[in-house]
Structures are given as C-alpha cells and as structure tokens.
Design a binder for this molecule. Structure first.
Ligand code: SAH
Length: 231
C-alpha cells in the first residue's frame, strides 16, 4: 500500500512546494507515496467561512474553532494513520519516530495558524501533538513538510542506491562522521589519510571514533543516551 499523507491546512497553496522536487518528487510520480491536501476553510462557518475566533479569557490573537477543526478531521478517512497536530507543545520529532512513521500507512497532519487550535478539538479527537523543535513557527505547514520529507525518504526505493539511511546521523544514536570528497587537497587541508588507504576495518573504526567524538562534544544529551544503551 502507498504511504499517504493527508494535510489539513488553511494554506493549501503551500503544498506540495518543496515536497515535489528531487527524489521525493520523483517518488511521488512513481506512486511510492501520495499527498492529499485539504483546505480547512471548506469547513468554515457561514457565508465568510469563518475558521477562528478571539481567545476565551482574553489576550492577543485568534484561535481555530473546535467545531471547524473537528469537521475537517472527521472528513478524512483515517486508514490506520496517526492523527498529528504540529505544535510547539508536542513531543519533539525524532529519527526514531520518523522511522516508525515511515513503516506505517502514512499520517494525517493538522496545521495550526494564529494562536493554535481550541484545546477541546485536540481532546475530543485524541490528537497527538508533535513539535519540530523548541521554537515557534507561524504555522504548522513547514513542520508538516519536514515530517513528511523525513518519513518519505526512508520508504524503500525513494532514495535509491546512492544513500544509506542506516549509516547516517541518529541511526546508531550518534551524529554522522565527517564526509569528504575530491579534491584531495583543499586550501591546504587534506582528506584524512586513512580514508584513502582502502582498509575497510580501519575506515570503519576511524568513522566510528569521529562520530563518537562529534556526538560527545556537540550533543551531550545524545551521548549520555548512547552510553546508557551500550551498557
Ligand atoms: N501560541 C502557540 C503557538 C502558535 S504558532 C504556542 O505558544 O504554543 C501557530 C501554529 O504554528 C501552531 O498552531 C502550530 O501548528 C505551528 N507551530 C508553531 N511552532 C511549531 C513547532 N515548533 N513545531 C510544530 N508546529 C509548530
């Protein structure tokens, strides 16, 4: 079955956008994955298709109405897919989660705007919240694209032979080792000798050590987890 994403958004014109270039775009043509974009405004209230209102309790900004959000959600066929609201309050997206998503049927992604979505809609439909990171975007669309791109590139056949997800950052709980290509010398800097020697055991060890060193210095949080798992 084709991995399928359904995006609920107030700005459908943002899609497919960057999801249609390069290998992901080709993979979509080959029907390795599919994208359906639904305009939340179709479920808006009245002649003006109103989707939001002022925040209860006061304060700046507007909130997406629960009835509108739920009508948009209910119009989508679940097809065994998780229902996710992209939100800075959500669990930060990780490669482990992305791997899980890529092995499933796809995802239904609700994109907020303004101050977010009425809490009752999230409760009533048991919506899971996922965050792109500890910063605030203007809307959920770019976060949804990131989630889709990260998931789809792991679907067998999408990247082709030229990349191996098993070797890259986070796959083993480490950041990736540094990469080099021609020229052999650049502004006085050489490619590390061992990489040119053809001794695969040595190369593997060199890369492992470099990955560990990088992870330890840049991401002590990942390093701690990695060490715990090794024990
Ligand atoms: N007032 C909210 C932020 C709203 S930002 C708060 O402080 O939590 C508007 C929309 O952008 C949100 O509804 C959400 O869908 C999206 N968004 C913002 N930051 C995000 C992030 N880090 N990850 C995923 N989605 C995000």
């Amino acid at each position: 079955m084709t991995w399928s994403a359904t995006v609920l958004t107030l700005f459908p014109e943002m899609f497919p956008g960057p999801l249609d270039v390069s290998l992901l775009g080709k993979a979509r043509q080959k029907e390795l994955w599919s994208l359906e974009v639904r305009d939340i405004r179709e479920h808006g209230i009245g002649k003006h298709r109103t989707v939001d209102d002022t925040t209860a309790g006061g304060g700046p900004g507007m909130v997406m109405r629960a009835d509108v959000a739920c009508a948009a959600i209910d119009a989508v066929e679940r097809a065994g897919r998780p229902l996710i609201y992209l939100s800075p309050r959500g669990a930060p997206l990780t490669q482990t989660r992305v791997e899980g998503l890529s092995q499933g049927a796809g995802a239904i992604l609700l994109c907020g705007r303004f101050e977010g979505v009425d809490e009752r809609a999230l409760e009533a439909r048991a919506v899971e919240e996922v965050s792109l990171g500890d910063f605030v975007l203007a809307g959920g669309e770019i976060a949804a694209m990131a989630l889709i791109e990260a998931s789809v590139r792991l679907i067998p056949g999408v990247l082709g032979a030229q990349a191996s997800p098993a070797e890259e950052s986070f796959a083993a709980g480490l950041l990736e080792y540094p990469q080099y290509t021609r020229p052999q010398t650049f502004e006085g800097r050489d490619i590390p000798e061992v990489l040119l020697g053809g001794n695969h055991a040595e190369i593997t060890r060199f890369r492992r050590e470099a990955a560990e060193r990088l992870t330890k210095s840049r991401r002590p949080d990942l390093w701690t987890l990695y060490e715990k798992r090794k024990r």
